[in-house]
Design a protein around this ligand. Structure first.
Ligand code: ZN
Length: 114
């Protein structure tokens, strides 16, 4: 078997494959995002209301922490899975001194004062 130097090597082929796959995934994501696109206006303080259907679908509740990041011209909101510093719970977390504290633990802490 002889190798012709005009054939691209496997690394070049794989690199092209991954570049193409990346482009196709990006285009697919754009299509998906357009089909669920809901237009909301930003208010004077920079706030946007997340549609209730999206919050329900993603399990985002009042006071849940969201990570805000950018990718090109997109603003990406991601639900942060934080835990209560005391019990590890996720329900109704509030931040205190860079630690999350759940509703139940806050009640117990308040009761310590009695
Ligand atoms: Zn807790």
């Amino acid at each position: 078997m002889c190798y012709n130097s005009t054939y691209p090597n496997i690394a070049t082929v794989m690199n092209s494959y991954f570049q193409l796959k990346s482009i196709l995934l990006r285009e697919e994501r754009k299509k998906t995002m357009k089909t669920v696109g809901i237009i909301r206006k930003v208010d004077e303080l920079g706030r946007v209301v997340l549609p209730v259907e999206m919050r329900r679908t993603l399990g985002i509740e009042e006071r849940d922490p969201l990570e805000i990041s950018m990718e090109g011209e997109m603003v990406i909101l991601r639900k942060v899975q934080s835990n209560c510093a005391f019990c590890g719970g996720h329900k109704d977390l509030l931040e205190f001194n860079n630690k999350w504290v759940c509703c139940e633990c806050r009640k117990e802490i308040m009761a310590l004062d009695d």
